[in-house]
Design a protein around this ligand. Structure first.
Ligand code: CUA
Length: 369
C-alpha cells in the first residue's frame, strides 16, 4: 500500500513532463514540414518509406514484448526480505539458443524487404525515362535536359507520371542532392556520375536541399521541384525552347507566356519589355557590368560550363539565390546591389552597381520569364 502511493506520487510529479513531451510530439506532424520524407510522392520515395514503416512495426512489437515482459517480471516477482535466492539461468543452453534465434529471425525478416528495396532503387530506368543532368555548384543547382536541349537552374521541372533519370555530378566539391518528397539523398561528386530516378505522382511545387556540408553557404543551396501534369510540362518545354539566342525578339515574353508566380512568391505581374527604357538600360548594364560573362540568358542550346546560374526564365522563378530569397523586385534589387551581404562567399562579387542601375537590371531580368 505504502509502495503503491509512493509510485502514484512519483507519477504525479512526472505529469508536467509527460504533457510537454506530448505537446512536442504533436508538433512532429509532417504537415508542418515541407521537407518531410514521411509523405512520399513517388514510387522511389515509397520504397524507402515502406522499409522504414516495416522496420518501425517490428521495432515497436519487440519493444512492447520486451518492456511488457520486463515490467511484468518486476511487479509479479518482486523480491521480499527473507526470500530465498531465485533459481539461476546462467549457462542454460535452451534459453541461449532461443534468444539468439529470435533476433536472427527478426533481422532476416527485415533484411528481405531492405535488400529488395536496395536493388529496386539501384535499377536503371527504362528508355522512356526523361534524362536530366544535375550539376552541383557552390551553391546552386544546374539542370540540363539533353533530349530537349534545355538548361535551367534551381527549379527542376518534371512531368508527373513519367520516370525522371537524374545523372548527377558537380563542378567543385561534394554535394548531396535531396528532393525529400520524391527520393532519398544521393551524394554528387566531381568527375564521377551518380544516378537517381523517381516517378512523381503528384503535381505541385516541392522544396529540396543540398544535404552534404559543402562550404559556408551550404544551407542556402536549396532548389524546388516543379512537378507538372504532362500537358503543363510540355507547355513549359515549348516556352523554354523559345528562350534562345536568336532571334532576339524571341527572348521577350508575351503576356500569354507569363505564368503566375509559384507558390508563395510575389513575382511582378507586369514585367517590362524591350520597349521599356528600364529594360533597355538593364540590357546595356547586363553587358557593361560583365553579368553576361557568368550568366546565360538562353534556356535553349545554352552554353556549357557557365559559372553562374542560367537566367533565361529568372523572372518567373519563385526564388533567387538558390532558395535564399523570394523572387520579388525588392529582393532582386537587393541581391544585384550586394550579393555578398545576402550570401557571403558566393562567387558573384559586388559589382558596385548603383541603386538605379540595380533597378534597371532587375526590370531587365524580370522580363525574362
Ligand atoms: Cu552543396 Cu551543401
Amino acid at each position: 500500500m505504502l509502495l503503491r502511493s509512493a509510485a502514484i506520487r512519483r507519477l504525479r510529479r512526472l505529469a508536467p513532463l509527460f504533457c510537454v513531451v506530448a505537446l512536442v510530439l504533436a508538433g512532429c506532424t509532417p504537415d508542418h514540414y515541407s521537407q518531410t520524407a514521411f509523405r512520399p510522392l513517388s514510387d522511389f520515395g515509397r520504397i524507402g518509406d515502406d522499409i522504414q514503416t516495416t522496420t518501425l512495426k517490428w521495432a515497436v512489437l519487440v519493444f512492447l514484448l520486451v518492456e511488457g515482459a520486463l515490467l511484468y517480471a518486476i511487479f509479479r516477482f518482486r523480491g521480499k526480505p527473507g526470500d530465498p535466492e531465485p533459481s539461476q539461468t546462467h549457462g542454460n543452453t535452451t534459453i541461449e539458443i532461443v534468444w539468439t534465434v529470435i533476433p536472427a529471425l527478426i533481422l532476416a525478416a527485415i533484411a528481405v524487404p531492405t535488400v529488395r528495396g536496395i536493388f529496386q532503387m539501384s535499377a536503371t530506368p527504362g528508355a522512356d525515362a526523361l534524362e536530366v543532368q544535375v550539376i552541383g555548384h557552390q551553391w546552386w543547382w544546374e539542370f540540363r535536359y539533353p533530349a530537349l536541349n534545355l538548361t535551367t537552374a534551381n527549379e527542376l521541372h518534371i512531368p508527373v507520371g513519367q520516370t525522371v533519370s537524374l545523372k548527377m555530378s558537380t563542378v567543385d566539391v561534394v554535394h548531396s542532392f535531396w528532393p525529400p518528397r520524391f527520393a532519398g539523398k544521393r551524394d554528387v561528386f566531381p568527375n564521377r556520375e551518380t544516378r537517381l530516378w523517381f516517378k512523381a505522382d503528384s503535381a505541385g511545387e516541392y522544396s529540396g536541399q543540398c544535404a552534404e556540408f559543402c562550404g559556408m553557404q551550404h544551407a542556402r543551396m536549396a532548389f524546388h521541384v516543379e512537378a507538372q501534369s504532362p500537358g503543363e510540362f510540355a507547355a513549359w518545354v515549348a516556352h523554354m525552347q523559345t528562350l534562345r539566342a536568336a532571334p532576339a525578339a524571341a527572348a521577350a515574353p508575351s503576356m500569354d507566356s507569363m505564368r503566375t508566380a509559384s507558390a508563395g512568391a510575389t513575382v511582378q505581374a507586369e514585367a517590362s519589355g524591350p520597349g521599356d527604357p528600364q529594360y533597355a538600360a538593364g540590357e546595356k548594364l547586363f553587358q557593361a557590368k560583365g553579368c553576361v560573362a557568368c550568366h546565360s540568358l538562353n534556356a535553349f542550346d545554352a552554353p556549357k560550363g557557365m559559372i553562374g546560374p542560367n537566367l533565361a526564365n529568372v523572372g518567373a522563378r519563385s526564388h533567387i539565390g538558390a532558395g535564399t530569397l523570394k523572387n520579388t523586385d525588392e529582393n532582386l534589387v537587393r541581391w544585384i546591389e550586394n550579393p555578398q551581404l545576402i550570401k557571403q562567399g558566393v562567387l558573384m562579387p559586388n559589382l558596385g552597381v548603383k541603386p538605379e542601375e540595380a533597378k534597371a537590371l532587375a526590370a531587365f531580368l524580370r522580363a525574362h520569364q
